[in-house]
Write a protein that binds this ligand. Sequence first.
Ligand code: HMG
Length: 389
Amino acid sequence: MNIGIDKFGLAIPEYFLDIEDLAVARNENANKFSKGLLQLEMSVAPVTQDIVTLGATAAHEFLTEEDKKKIDMIIIGTETGVDQSKSASVFIHNLLGIQPFARSVEIKEACYGATAGLDFAKNHILRNPDSYVLLIASDIAKYGIGTSGESTQGAGSCAMLIKKDPNILILNDDNVCQTRDIMDFWRPNYSPYPYVDGHFSTKQYLECLETTWEEYRKRNNKDLKDFEAFCFHLPFPKLGLKGLQSIVPKGIDKNLKEKLLENLHTSIIYSRRIGNIYTGSLYLGLLSLLENSTTLKAGDNIALFSYGSGAVCEIFSGTLAENFKNHLRNNRNEDFEKRKRLSVEQYEKMFFEEISPDENGNVEFKNDDSLFSLKKIEEHKRIYKYNPK
Ligand code: HMG
């Protein structure tokens, strides 16, 4: 049975920070961010936009009434959950009006969660071929003001409808995972920001990639020549480029290398303007590639490398479906152009605003007229608003 991605949506908050403005404010050479990390802009979410509202917005982009009747599982991958107990999927289930007899869960393993979710979705459909699964990767990446990771922050959500006979990408059965118990990036329950050993983390990312790729090639008898493109988890766009360079052997066919490089650059277009969206970053790269490539065609294979600090990684692949382009947007740039540019001062105030309920657990937020927003917290309960346009 062919199972994979049938529909693909993306949500980004309406604000962004230009990375040059950040460089000036932090007394850094702007080229360090724009050339050294390949980052241009960073998405900034106000307090009324969280993983629930962004996740619901990303899915709303494509869901039909028919889909809502057929979805019987919602999986959200995230490491910026809004509650230690209740899954963000349960809120999303309600906001989107999905039929009641569904399973709604949240998966955590740093930036890897959604990839585990994708495999769970596939197994669910193998047992229940007519089921639809809504898979959401949603995160708000905050490292803190003046930290080394600040220029790589971001916010956004990717949503995918997973089903049999998909219209976009058919998943192949070739997944290879690796687990390493390391402390490269982690966020203890008592801390709003992650602790990160930046250079150690990039070293681990690349080592995990190289060793998993080696194992993937052995187990599947496949090599770079079998792929049109390789998408990477993108904590910052330059690491995708370094990743590709680290697995391209010396003496590789020049045309193959050029093709892979060109597609790599296509896959980082969105991430350069959004920043790290943790578990959604790999899928943001895939969406960027599929929506912007003019050369990919049905039957082409795409390899994907998912990495979550801590660390778990996975390499797997998919094959493009017939007419996949007809099922993707070709005007995504409009969403970027609509965003409002913030000053550094405004960004600091907005991105790091804390929710501080009164003694009864109440707080009311300024009106946010987005499609979905956090309206208030009442007796410690999050109340969301749906504002149909
Ligand atoms: P840093 O140490 O401040 O920067 O922060 P740097 O000194 O390493 O410079 C960065 C690059 O800019 C270097 O390029 C410099 O040469 C270059 P490279 O040599 O590496 O190719 N550079 C310049 N280029 C042009 N003109 C200039 C200039 N100056 C410098 N004037 C660091 C870098 C990655 C450590 C930081 O951004 C950070 O801590 N980021 C957060 C951690 C991270 O993203 N890790 C990635 C791997 S872990 C991962 O992917 C998981 C994650 O997504 C979380 C999860 O799983 O949940 C993070």
